[in-house]
Design a protein around this ligand. Structure first.
Ligand SMILES: Nc1ncnc2c1ncn2[C@@H]1O[C@H](COP(=O)(O)OP(=O)(O)OP(=O)(O)O)[C@@H](O)[C@H]1O
Ligand SMILES: [Mg+2]
Length: 224
């Protein structure tokens, strides 16, 4: 059966002062369409680095990464960013909204970059779906943390990506907002048949995914 994502013996090294440090070692796993996976592990174990590789924001030093049968590890920067823009939504712990753009502009920008019609209408629809219809014209500084993360998620899914990568999406939120954001994210993924790879320190959140991958010192120690 076709897989959405396949990593085969992927490694990541960083060179600092002529010393090569091995951050990720021989990482292999596959992700099915519509599958949800959490990635857990201690601080510094390599979870964010893995998300960066899958999202094409870092280049792997060895091994192969296939997204829907295309080998992204062999592509040019332009080819990778094209795939990322259209197929992969990324959500970070810090929301990274553009500070001088309104909520609506932050979301519609992705559609405009991709030259899609009705960018404003589509951006309004997704913000409305995430309970932000009365916040279209607010700047990020005029939004609460939970609202900012809802805008950031709206931005990451407005292109209807098949894969959503989330790196501690609730890491900066209190428990009430954590619950809101997690139900919003999981409902969205179910309704839209998307796949999710989510890094989290929160066991309750990790338990909502179908599979769990545990990383220890840059290697997969468990793949449940
Ligand atoms: N650009 C970089 N150059 C050199 N080393 C790096 C770089 N980015 C990360 N590292 C190192 O790689 C290791 C893994 O970092 P990573 O951010 O992936 O960890 P993490 O599992 O996400 O941790 P946390 O739970 O704290 O977010 C760390 O030892 C870190 O210092
Ligand atoms: Mg991290």
């Amino acid at each position: 059966m076709n897989k959405l994502l396949k990593l085969s013996n992927v490694s990541l090294n960083y060179t600092i002062d002529n010393n090569s440090i091995n951050i990720l070692k021989n990482i292999s796993f596959e992700v099915d369409y519509k599958e949800t996976i959490s990635i857990v592990g201690e601080s510094g174990s390599g979870k964010t680095s893995l998300i960066m590789l899958i999202g094409g924001l870092e280049k792997n030093s060895a091994g192969n990464i296939f997204f829907k049968d295309s080998e992204i590890s062999n592509m040019t920067e332009d080819e990778i960013s094209e795939i990322r823009r259209k197929n992969i939504g990324i959500v970070f712990q810090s929301f990274y909204l553009i500070p001088n753009y309104t909520a609506l502009e932050n979301v519609s920008l992705s559609l405009e970059i991709n030259k899609l019609d009705n960018a404003t209408k589509k951006a309004k629809e997704i913000l409305d779906r995430f309970g932000l219809s009365n916040r279209f014209n607010n700047l990020p500084s005029q939004l609460s943390g939970g609202e900012q993360q809802r805008v950031a998620i709206a931005r990451s899914v407005v292109m209807k990506p098949e894969l959503i990568l989330a790196d501690e999406p609730t890491g900066n939120l209190d428990s009430e907002n954590t619950e809101n954001i997690s139900s919003l994210l999981f409902n969205y993924i179910k309704d839209e048949n998307a796949s999710l790879i989510m890094v989290t320190h929160d066991n309750n959140l990790a338990n909502l995914t179908k599979r769990k991958i545990i990383i220890k010192d840059g290697v997969i120690s468990e793949n449940q």
